[in-house]
Ligand binder design. Structure first.
Ligand code: MLT
Length: 330
């Protein structure tokens, strides 16, 4: 009789241990309990969409779930920003964004949300420069020719942008200021549709993310004048830097990250971060990104804290520059 409670206690301990072992994986599988929507704040077929689609499959595999890419274009990504900022913070609505959406928009637009305070950073993904690209029939074969041609034809040329106030718009304004040229800006719902018109010869130029331009430069459908970085791209080594091509210092680095709505629980943020890190370590993903001129962030830079720090530093750097240049969304 005296041994019964001890035996019972023993049994209970074993049962608890077994139950917790059984329940551990079940708890791990609770997220995601339904498909995750990865909001792309621009039109399909553009650079952000391309990166999202390369990553989403690998992220989904790691989460044993489904990731649906949804394009919510308009107002340089701020329509999507508002939608994700207001979404239920349960990790099933997240967004890929970049220097434009999560830094510039805060300086240029009157937003119904805060680009920093209303989001939970998940991971800093990668960065890449822009290419200054032109339609094939343009009467210029180098950046110097282009500047001379623009000076001879003030306000005649058109440059497509990914929306008023987007990175392409900001880069075009910096270029105009540095070169003393004038041309018109044509806003699109993303760099994807702008590229369709450049290839078709409907517009003359784009200050475009390399991800979007490289395949078209390689196929000969458009021409590239320069890369907006101090070094050439390994995947497109024939394209000169802006320094080499005659507009020194016009450096633009377009970095991408992933965010969830503010107040998404930390364990879900950490789970999403782990899945993104697995995706970024995948050899197939790394090769595709390299081909597109994307430098994947170093492992220690892929954390939520690193994205928060980078976004803050970029905001402190760019907001005064953009405000001093008086760049407006209208
Ligand atoms: C896009 O996907 O259209 C771009 O990320 C837009 C941009 O260059 O800002």
């Amino acid at each position: 009789m005296g041994s019964t409670p001890a035996a019972l206690r023993g049994c209970l301990l074993v049962l608890t241990a077994v139950l917790s072992l059984v329940m551990l994986p079940a708890r791990g599988q609770q997220f995601p309990s339904r498909p995750i929507t990865l909001v792309v704040p621009f039109a399909a077929g553009g650079p952000t969409d391309t990166l999202a689609r390369i990553l989403s499959e690998r992220i989904a595999a790691d989460l044993h779930g489904t990731v649906v890419v949804e394009n919510v274009a308009g107002a340089s990504g701020s329509i999507a920003g508002a939608r994700v900022a207001r979404a239920t913070p349960d990790g099933t609505t997240i967004t890929i964004g970049h220097w434009g959406t999560h830094v510039l928009n805060g300086a240029i637009y009157k937003l119904p949300y805060d680009v920093i305070a209303d989001f939970e950073p998940i991971a800093l993904i990668a960065s890449g420069p822009q290419l200054i690209v032109g339609k094939k029939s343009l009467k210029a074969d180098s950046l110097k020719d282009l500047v001379a041609w623009l000076k001879d034809n003030p306000n005649k040329a058109t440059a497509g942008t990914a929306g008023a106030g987007s990175g392409a718009h900001v880069a075009a304004v910096f270029f105009k200021n540095k070169t003393g040229t004038e041309f018109q800006l044509v806003p699109y719902r993303g760099a994807g549709p702008a590229m369709i018109d450049l290839v078709a010869g409907q517009i003359d130029l784009i200050f475009d993310q390399a991800t979007n331009s490289i395949p078209h430069v390689k196929s000969g459908a458009i021409k590239a004048f320069a890369v907006t970085s101090p070094t050439r791209l390994a995947s497109a080594p024939d394209i000169p830097t802006v320094d080499e091509a005659g507009v020194p210092g016009l450096y633009i680095s377009y970095w991408h990250g992933i965010w969830a709505p503010k107040n998404t629980p930390k364990d879900i943020v950490d789970r999403l971060n782990a899945a993104v890190m697995v995706a970024l370590a995948d050899p197939g993903v790394r090769q595709r990104f390299a081909e597109l001129g994307q430098e994947i962030s170093a492992k220690e830079q892929q954390s939520p804290a690193a994205l928060a720090a980078h976004q803050k530093a970029e905001t402190e750097k760019w907001w005064p520059i953009v405000k001093a240049a008086d760049i407006k969304a209208e």
